[in-house]
Ligand binder design. Structure first.
Ligand SMILES: Nc1ncnc2c1ncn2[C@@H]1O[C@H](COP(=O)(O)OP(=O)(O)OP(=O)(O)O)[C@@H](O)[C@H]1O
Ligand SMILES: O=P(O)(O)OC[C@H]1O[C@H](OP(=O)(O)OP(=O)(O)O)[C@H](O)[C@@H]1O
Ligand SMILES: [Mg+2]
Length: 432
């Protein structure tokens, strides 16, 4: 395994590796001490476990009765293309028959993703919140694995997951342009944010309002580069290079990046922005041309899984159809009203005079059979239309204006089209 150490990127931390008992029994040697033979055991041991961390700096190493090994790890860039971070070390595993969906285990994406699935009648059955695997009873042979968003992307790349739901920012950062990752649904309408370059409002940046101006600042030299703090260590260097900012040094942190300039740790940051409040509260600003990416939740899948693993394409199709149909329906109401009239055609003509009552393809009009002493007369008609939630009251007014009464309003769960455009696009991308 070839490792390239990046001096800007070294953050020591302690990690614990837990191994299942069968694997432990297989590798009979237990690393009980910190002698050199134990240290050399670590890389082999990690590879056996299909877990590859960035790299190893040796330090205290011990085992406990619970079969866990602790070691110090430092982050570094990985040069070898055969090395998978947090995924399968071998080439893509094709042995399993279950289909695996990765969902965010924590953070703001977790709840919103479960809510979307609930709204689409795909509720996740997850009896124990500390368990990382669950299922969706409506989707046979599907395992749901709760993972951190970045690990979902890594595991799609390594072949350990087939489908995932995460933010586009995470796909772009951790997928690093991998051609196996395919966006099945690119706009699930939550987790909206942008990845932005931001600088302090004052000091040397007071009059800097664009990336162009930032690039032209004389302050940045090879000896004294622009210091950028970011968690996006793939996208940020790429963006700054493409935008002509050449003398840059990066540092990483996992949160509260907005504090870095005030602490004197960085000159600028690249981080997610949604309302802009955090930047504002920390006396920072976004600048023109500084948006690296606009993001929201997306459904992403492994192309290889879609093409090769039995059932992945079918489940993807069903999920996509439900998402699309739900998202079309979510802003609409079904409105049913009665209207007096001579015949359906005459009623349709009256409805057509009102712009909000046209429905999806046109109003559905059916006779209401009025039973009176002398017989049955269809002198009332029921009309069924969909109207945007925002325009509900206006629509009711228009209905009344043409003689509508007894208006019933109910929420819509789905609007299924003949075929979703995204499904057709997916088949084209897959060459099917
Ligand atoms: N302020 C925000 N508003 C809306 N969506 C956001 C915001 N920040 C992040 N997101 C989206 O939610 C995803 C998950 O972010 P979140 O902060 O919940 O988890 P995380 O960053 O992985 O974990 P943590 O911040 O706890 O280390 C991001 O990848 C992004 O797509
Ligand atoms: O524009 P705003 O609406 O203010 O949101 C932006 C903040 O949201 C995210 O942080 P998060 O809440 O995830 O905290 P974190 O820094 O711990 O990741 C992001 O990293 C920003 O700090
Ligand atoms: Mg966060």
């Amino acid at each position: 395994m070839a490792l390239r150490w990046d001096p800007l990127d070294i953050i020591p931390f302690t990690a614990a590796l837990h191994v299942p008992s069968p694997l432990h029994q297989k590798s009979r040697r237990r690393p009980d001490t910190t002698d050199s033979s134990t240290m050399s055991f670590v890389p082999t041991f990690l590879q056996q476990c299909s877990v590859v961390a960035g790299g190893f700096t040796q330090s205290s190493l011990f085992s406990s009765t619970k079969l866990s090994v602790k070691f110090n790890v430092s982050c570094c860039s990985i040069a070898s293309p055969e090395t998978y971070v947090n995924g399968n070390v071998d080439t893509k595993s094709t042995e399993r028959s279950e289909i695996r969906l990765g969902l965010p285990s924590k953070g703001r994406m977790a709840t919103d993703t479960l809510n979307l699935l609930n709204d689409c009648q795909l509720s996740v059955r997850h009896p124990n919140p500390r368990q990382y695997v669950a299922d969706i009873p409506q989707l046979a042979n599907l395992e749901v694995w709760f993972q951190r968003p970045k690990d979902i992307v890594r595991k799609l790349v390594s072949g350990d997951l087939d489908i995932g739901i995460v933010g586009l920012d995470t796909v772009s950062e951790y997928g690093q342009g991998n051609e196996d990752l395919i966006l099945v649904h690119d706009a699930l309408a939550y987790g909206e944010c942008r990845l932005s370059l931001a600088v302090p409002n004052s000091g040397i940046f007071e009059n800097i309002n664009s990336v162009e101006e930032l690039a032209l600042m004389p302050q940045w030299t090879a000896e004294k580069p622009l210091r950028v703090a970011t968690g996006f260590t793939y996208l940020s260097p790429k963006f700054l290079k493409e935008n002509g900012v050449h003398h840059v040094a990066f540092s990483t942190a996992d949160g509260a990046l907005e504090a870095a300039p005030a602490m004197g740790i960085a000159d600028a940051i690249v981080d997610l922005v949604s309302s802009g409040t955090t930047l504002k509260e920390n006396n920072m600003k976004e600048i023109e041309g500084g948006v690296l990416l606009k993001s929201q939740a997306v459904m992403v899948a492994s192309k290889k899984s879609l093409v090769e693993r039995n059932g992945v394409l079918d489940i993807t199709h069903e999920m996509l159809e439900r998402f699309e149909a739900h998202m079309r329906a979510v802003d609409q109401y079904t409105v049913v009203a009665n209207m007096r009239g001579y015949n359906a055609h005459e009623v349709a003509e009256r409805i057509s005079t009102q712009p909000l009552l046209s429905g999806l393809q046109g109003p559905t009009i059916s006779p209401v059979f009025h039973i009176n002493g002398g017989g049955i007369t269809p002198n009332y008609f029921a009309i069924v239309i969909c109207v945007p939630k925002k325009l509900l009251y206006k629509s009711v007014q228009q209905l009344r204006a043409i003689g509508g009464s007894g208006v019933l309003v109910s929420p819509l769960t789905y609007i299924f089209d003949e075929e979703t455009p995204r499904w057709r696009e997916l088949l084209v991308k897959l060459g099917l």
